[in-house]
Design a protein around this ligand. Structure first.
Ligand code: A3P
Length: 275
């Protein structure tokens, strides 16, 4: 759709998504897949919603996935229609394909980026276990598709660039997965300030405690153990949660080819990543 490769069910639901009416108090969380979407969702949900449903509702119900569509399941837009306000909404859409009403209503947006090599690795393992996605093939085959942007949501660099370009004109907080790993408390505080909240140290401690990798991995409401479309015996959703796992996957030749490609793609951009 508009140059963005999407799985068929999502493409078929495109018009519904484009017609979605955002409200001024909607908060949008945007990522390229496998960049820390679930992580930022849990942080923001804990920060913004003072409810007890966290024990019984999966993260994908508390923070609906805007463009989600799958036969026999409630779509993202249907779920959002039933959501209490203010809503927290997840999307992987590029800035160019985001429904217009989010821009018209000047909604707050949090974008999380992650270094591209770890994204590729995480996406590969996700393709192995997610039954709704095309077969991953071997790591080598997947990497080729990823470099060509021949995967769901297309080219990583187009995505990162499209949101980076808009971060200054728009209401966008741009975070990185690696910064969150480095100092979770600092990044939680950034989110708090962006959302105009003033939370006590006690509340911040609580958010931090519940959003570490080890706690989220064991929490059935955040580890996707209730998602039917994933076979976690193949690879867990909460897989490693580290920076640098790419070093266990890339051969030297793959690394060189990849680096050359991405230096070209990212040329002229004042955006750097920790690898
Ligand atoms: P890995 O596959 O590298 O382990 P998304 O939610 O966008 O699909 O991203 C999933 C990735 O984020 C997975 O990466 C997952 O382990 C990681 N992740 C989720 N919660 C995390 C947390 N609290 N701390 C660190 N990484 C986390």
């Amino acid at each position: 759709m508009k140059g963005l490769p999407l799985i068929e069910d999502i493409a078929d639901n495109w018009e519904n998504v484009q017609r979605f009416q955002a409200r001024e108090d909607d908060l949008l969380l945007v990522t390229y897949p496998k960049s820390g979407t679930t992580w930022i969702s849990e942080i923001v949900d804990r920060m913004c919603r003072d409810t007890s449903d966290r024990e019984t509702k999966d993260i994908f119900q508390r923070v609906p996935y805007l463009e989600f569509a799958m036969p026999g399941n409630t779509s993202g837009t249907e779920l959002l229609d039933k959501q209490d306000f203010p809503r927290i909404i997840k999307t992987h859409l590029s800035a160019e394909t985001l429904p217009l009403s989010f821009w018209e209503k000047n909604c707050k947006i949090i974008y999380v980026s992650r270094n591209v090599k770890d994204v590729a690795v995480s996406f590969y393992h996700f393709h192995r276990m997610a039954t709704h996605l095309p077969e991953s093939g071997s790591w080598e085959e997947f990497l080729e598709k990823f470099i060509k942007g021949n995967v769901e949501y297309g080219s990583w660099s187009d995505h990162v660039r499209s949101w980076w370009k808009r971060r200054q004109q728009r209401n966008i907080l741009y975070l990185s997965y690696e910064d969150m790993l480095e100092d979770l408390r600092r990044e939680i505080q950034k989110v708090m300030m962006f959302l105009g909240k003033d939370l006590s140290d006690e509340v911040l401690d609580d958010i931090q405690r519940h959003t570490t990798f080890s706690v989220m991995r064991e929490n059935p409401m955040t580890n996707y153990s209730n998602a039917h479309r994933m076979d976690q015996t193949i690879s867990p959703f909460m897989r490693k949660g580290i920076c640098g796992d790419w070093k266990n996957h890339f051969t030297l030749a793959q690394r060189e080819r990849f680096d050359e490609h991405y230096h070209k793609e990212m040329a002229g951009m004042d955006l750097t990543f920790h690898f």
